[in-house]
Design a protein around this ligand. Sequence first.
Ligand SMILES: *[C@@H]1O[C@H](CO)[C@@H](O)[C@H](O)[C@H]1NC(C)=O
Ligand SMILES: *[C@@H]1O[C@H](CO)[C@@H](O)[C@H](O)[C@H]1NC(C)=O
Length: 360
Amino acid sequence: MKRRSERGALPPGRQGEGRVARARDPPAGSRRLWSSWITLFKSLLLLLFITYVSVPVLVRLFPALLAKCVFLNIMAYPFVDFGKPELVLNHTVNFYLTTEPGVTVGIWHVLPDSRGREARGKDHSWHEEALADDDPVIIYLHGNGGNRATAHRVSMMKVMSGAGFHILTLDYRGYGDSSGYPSETGFTTDALYLYDWVKARSGNSTVLIWGHSLGSGVATNLARKLLEERGTQVDLIVLESPYTNIREAAANIPLTKIYRKFPGFEYLILDTMALGDMFFCNDENIKVLSSPLLILHSEDDYIVPVHMGRKLFEIALDSYENKDKVKLVAFPEELGLAHENICLHPALPTIVQDFLKSVK
Ligand SMILES: *[C@@H]1O[C@H](CO)[C@@H](O)[C@H](O)[C@H]1NC(C)=O
Ligand SMILES: *[C@@H]1O[C@H](CO)[C@@H](O)[C@H](O)[C@H]1NC(C)=O
């Protein structure tokens, strides 16, 4: 009854319009166009739904998906024969260490350039003995994605080898030709094993722990474990393009930009880091350390913004008793070194050597 009276209440003009419209149906072509717009609109809605809703919800339900995005070990490029490091690096040997039962990781040992000529034709035991030659040793803990043959890592090794350092770099479990599956605790186990292996051979040489990007968290996890379980302070820590912790890093990296305004961002994505057992707490770790700490960050780092390196530096300044043991070098934006190319700065070796001298 009510319905009818409502209809009846429609002004006669409107009813008339409706009829006229029907009488002038659009031609078939424009109808098709219209329906294809609707299809496009629906697809866009679906895409938005997938991007903004299903992805975060899936991530929350399956934290392992998020771990895959953080570790990126499936990005296995470049495909190289790890057994032939000479294709990319001179005076380098490849070997494997079993860091825990069932986990074997691939390692390269790059000799200082100065020993390159001597090293020709020498076997593995000669290279192991060379570690005690008093040249400083870098244990290089790389970032996510790729492997120990990735171009910017190779550049870094060339530069520091040229400056007289030994470099040992490993592919954590799940990367490169290493076996096993990636996990934060697994990375620490791998790095600790390599550290012990080096220390057993490096005599009185200085051993630096150098972590780049995601590897910065592995570096401070390792340093903290050595301190808390053995009372050992590592000789020097270099953090290149570091973050404060993985949760804050995820909130700042470009990949998550589109999600930041999404109401469930914190709950669905950031909180899931912890569910996936990913913490990488550089900020908490450095509060308990007192090893000399050198932070390197480029001001145009668009992946891990420089404010995170600065914050880490402030935290260390607050907590270190000896403030001279903490140094931040921020590379100006106009140099364009970004996230991966600090090693290309010609002063890098001098910066590291001078800091090493100043804290000895
Ligand atoms: C090895 O050293 C030689 C001589 O310095 C150089 O020409 C060559 O490019 C180096 N090889 C690699 C793979 O870097
Ligand atoms: C390390 O230094 C100590 C003291 O200077 C010395 O006695 C020892 O022989 C050195 N060890 C090695 C492996 O060079």
